[in-house]
Ligand binder design. Sequence first.
Ligand code: KMH
Ligand code: ZN
Length: 276
Amino acid sequence: MGNGTLITVAPTGAETSKQDAPALPVTLDELLTTAKECAALGAAMIHVHIRDERAEPTLDLGRLRETVAALRAETDLIVQLSTGGAVTDPEAARRAVLEVRPESASLTMGTVNFGDGVFLNRWDFIVDLHTGMQERGILPEYEIFDLGQLTTLRRLLEKHGLPAGGHVHLDLVMGVPGGMAGTTETVAACLAAMRDLPEDTTFSATGIGRATIPVMLAALSAGGHLRVGMEDTLTYAPHRPVDSNMQLVARAVGFAQLAQRPPLLTKAARELLGLD
Ligand code: KMH
Ligand code: ZN
């Protein structure tokens, strides 16, 4: 495992329409093709949002079950389901995602303005998701959209204990309009706040839009891991739309190799995260 980089691909998200980004994987077939190609490039984990037959975001449990089963059958990726969903999803539907029993699920540490919407994450709901994941042996990835959410994470762990498996892994989601900026300075501020978390805590970082590259470089320099994908980034370079999730994963792999922190294979990634 050594000094490697966990690369997570977030291929779809809940915000972008297929019309606006034709390369966005929205069917199960498209998701599986993307997953296999990203795994071959060096991704070890996939953060999954799914779409319905009209390519709209959905938390339909039947579709989620089918998706997790297919990803497990056809890839060795660590499958992480989103409990964040879309800003319009009610808490009950987001909580029900745990019934699918994915290996991992996201868990956002607080409410944040999200563009024109509000991504609502009440304390009681956070606790409910955290304890629900403890009971089911699901690895949470704590999503941090703002600095104070690291304080909320510390409070959560102090009051309700470590996640199943004992390892704390979080993702800094930087550059959301309404959340923290995606800069070296904010990464450094988060590193300082993370000193209050368990010593072996690991983190990934995600820069939205034009924050992608600064956040990736800052995270690699600080021993962090990377999440990339069309959930977060739709422009590859000025005036150049992203062609595919593979293009973003390939770039992350390249940066990780330049940093002499090559991508972790899934077995090493599972060891890092305290998964079986
Ligand atoms: N789509 C955002 C409102 C998560 O997946 O847990 C929430 C989100 C976070 O993407
Ligand atoms: Zn997400």
